[in-house]
Design a protein around this ligand. Structure first.
Ligand code: ADP
Length: 346
């Protein structure tokens, strides 16, 4: 680097908040990002009045007294959000100047927290059935060894718990697959009416078993759009299965497909697939969070019906990939309605 290059020009060119502090502890240069972040008015102020946060002040002091490089964390609030910066403080050659750069690590921190939460959730979801299985195996090896009726009952419960774990692992794999290609737009022409009809045929035995009546209203002519057939089938399966699970015995599940010249949620022409049940409904406060992974409005009921808490998260990711929308409405005591909007034009 040219020895005569002015520090202030270097700082002005940096793509992040940056400032320089002289050996006599004054702020001698800063760029506009630093000005905005630290609300610096003029050059020449003592660095403590500008930086204020103790860990950053300590790092600067260390650097000015001989440590070549130090780091600190700076916490800020910008437009109502908490923002975390890693501050690097470095000596600039032999000049005695300390150079500070602020790197925004908010997203990295949030992603790390999300990953930790996710692992904790998965571990918890798996631990519950595993603990139950371990307890039953122990009992079957000991006290219930020669008790045939108890053995059969326990084996039945063990099967249910194993199936739950299997579903959970299946849903986790689906979710990760969907996330992998979420940014890749589908390219094939499919018949959404045919896909919906075929999903309903597959689910007919599940509905019969639960004593729920499926009432479809689907055009018998093809309704074409660009989509991933397997993924649409998964969306419809998850929603109709939920309506069967949470709808309740003896109740109806209405499944309709309607074409619209304009869907306001999409701002273009599209189809609406509507799945409505007559179940207990969902309180309003839960609605915005239902598509979060492992979020359950009624965890007791979800576990009772073998839910994994991932079905609607999968639906949301698939619809994102298709640039579609999901709208949920519900009335406690009357039932819930899940509307899927898919675009028929590009
Ligand atoms: P789960 O496997 O628990 O059903 P989902 O992601 O499919 O997970 O749904 C999330 C939560 O939303 C469920 O636990 C349940 O509380 C609620 N929910 C979903 N669909 C319905 C419905 N049709 N009626 C009432 N509650 C529902």
């Amino acid at each position: 680097m040219n020895a005569s290059l002015p520090v202030s020009d270097v700082i002005a060119a940096m793509p992040m908040p940056a400032l320089a502090i002289s050996s006599d502890e004054r702020v001698i240069a800063f760029n506009t990002d630093a000005q905005r972040l630290l609300e610096i008015q003029v050059k020449g102020d003592h660095f403590i009045t500008v930086l204020r946060q103790p860990s950053v002040v300590e790092a600067v002091e260390a650097c000015l007294t001989g440590t070549p490089q130090a780091t600190a964390t700076y916490l800020a609030r910008e437009s109502g959000n908490d923002v975390t910066y890693t501050v690097s403080v470095s000596q600039v050659g032999e000049t005695g100047i300390a150079l500070l750069t602020f790197q925004d690590i908010t997203m990295v921190t949030a992603a790390g927290q999300m990953r930790r939460d996710f692992v904790a959730n998965v571990s918890h979801e798996l631990r519950t059935p595993l603990t139950a299985l371990m307890g039953f195996i122990e009992t079957l090896q000991g006290p219930a060894r020669d008790d045939a009726p108890t053995r059969n009952r326990f084996l039945g419960i063990m099967q249910t718990e194993t199936e739950r774990m299997n579903r959970l692992v299946g849903d986790l794999l689906s979710l990760s697959r969907v996330e992998v290609d979420e940014r890749v737009r589908p390219t094939t022409q499919v018949d959404v009416a045919g896909i919906l009809a075929s999903t309903l045929r597959t689910l007919a035995p599940v509905a019969a078993q639960a004593d729920v009546i499926l009432l479809p209203d689907i055009p018998d002519t093809p309704v074409m759009l660009i989509a991933d057939m397997d993924q649409l089938m998964q969306v419809f399966t998850n929603l109709i299965e939920n309506a069967i699970k949470y709808g309740g015995q003896g109740k109806h599940v209405f499944v309709t497909l309607t074409e619209h010249d304009r869907v306001s949620a999409l701002r273009c022409a599209g189809v609406e697939v509507n799945v409505r049940d007559e179940g207990a409904g969902i309180e309003n406060r839960h609605l915005p969070r239902l598509t979060e992974r492992f979020y359950r409005a009624d965890s007791h009921r979800s576990r009772e019906v073998g839910g994994t808490g991932l079905g609607l998260a999968i639906v949301k990711h698939i619809l994102n990939r298709h640039r579609g929308r999901l709208k949920i409405s519900s009335k406690v005591g009357e039932g819930s309605e899940f509307k899927v909007f898919l675009r028929t034009t590009e």
